[in-house]
Design a protein around this ligand. Structure first.
Ligand SMILES: NC(=O)c1ccc[n+]([C@@H]2O[C@H](COP(=O)([O-])OP(=O)(O)OC[C@H]3O[C@@H](n4cnc5c(N)ncnc54)[C@H](OP(=O)(O)O)[C@@H]3O)[C@@H](O)[C@H]2O)c1
Length: 284
């Protein structure tokens, strides 16, 4: 078992969906923390927290951010991994908890651009076998549904590719809770198992949960693959858009499971999508 270093824990991307909950949970446990962001805006962090500017692709910023730090939470950023490893070594960081992706260990997700970018990051850290690096591997984030926020607000409808595809979306608070367990060393190697929500639910059912949480009537229409590809490609590189479509095709083929990792690690059930929708009602 990892014995937590008494030095402070650095939470990088501390205003990210997961990072903010990691920071809050560590503060609630009384763990000494430092927070970082690429452009930290004053007033956006809890009072009294030591906030620094750091970018995973900017080596000097990492040297400053890692100085005097024990554990680090960071996002998987494909660029700059060698610099992160070098900076962590130089600073004597005792553990890195890496926000990775379940697609790296999910057999039917192999080969697409998003999976392979995460795999390359994991492999680079694994090759640095003098560092203690714990990957956190959620398969499908519930926050993906935030992409429906604008059309729901603007048109009370949302157009979906594979609306009946079943996935088990995970609440960002659950990812953060497992991350905190890994940072504070109070848990088992199961922290790196495939992380999901408690049960599979279709995209159409997710919209229904959002409708129930907001009191809105929301229409679902169906997008074909070409239209969905064009829509995703407006927001991300074409190979990532294709990867998202492949994840949805894989889910529609019945390959996106619900696991018991959250219950195994935390000793309580994973948070369901209904609760996620209630937590995020104001986003829709
Ligand atoms: N979507 C899915 O279903 C899915 C599935 C599995 C895994 N994932 C992983 O989950 C991640 C999203 O997590 P999230 O919802 O918490 O994301 P989020 O809210 O978009 O936050 C991403 C964070 O990454 C940080 N970041 C990005 N580039 C950085 C850099 N160069 N240096 C330092 N920090 C950087 C950002 O920090 P700043 O505050 O400095 O901008 C931001 O806080 C994805 O990127 C993917 O790796 C997603």
């Amino acid at each position: 078992m990892h014995t937590p270093d008494i030095k402070p824990t650095l939470v990088m991307g501390a205003r990210g969906s997961v990072g903010r909950h990691v920071l809050d949970a560590l503060l609630a446990q009384g763990v000494p923390v430092r927070a970082s962001a690429r452009k930290p805006e004053p007033g956006r962090f809890p009072a009294g927290v030591d906030v620094v500017t750091a970018d995973l692709t900017d080596r000097p910023s990492l040297d400053a951010a890692f100085a005097g730090i024990g554990q680090v939470f960071l996002y998987a950023n494909h660029d700059g991994v060698a610099g992160v490893i070098d900076a962590a070594r130089n600073a004597g960081v005792s553990r890195i908890v890496l926000m990775s992706s379940g697609s790296v260990i999910h057999p039917t997700s192999r080969g697409n651009a998003i999976t392979e970018e995460h795999r390359e990051v994991e492999d680079a850290f694994a090759a640095a076998d003098d560092l203690d690096v714990v990957p956190i591997r959620p398969l499908v984030l519930a926050t993906n549904a935030l992409g429906w926020s604008w059309p729901i607000k603007a048109t009370s409808s949302v157009a979906l590719y594979q609306p009946d595809a079943l996935t088990a979306p995970i609440h960002e608070k659950d990812i953060a809770a497992v991350t905190v367990a890994a940072l504070t060393g109070t848990t088992l190697p199961a922290v790196s198992n495939l992380l999901t929500g408690p049960a599979r639910i279709s995209q159409r059912e997710q919209v229904a949960a959002i409708a129930a949480a907001t009191g809105k009537s929301i229409e679902v229409t169906e997008l074909d693959r070409a239209a969905a590809s064009a829509q995703f490609a407006r927001f991300m590189p074409a190979e990532e858009a294709e990867a998202v479509l492949q994840f949805l095709d894989d889910a529609a083929a019945g390959n996106s499971p619900a696991t018991t990792t959250i219950a195994n690690v935390l000793g309580r059930p994973a948070i369901g999508f209904d609760e996620w929708a209630a937590d995020h009602a104001s986003d829709f």
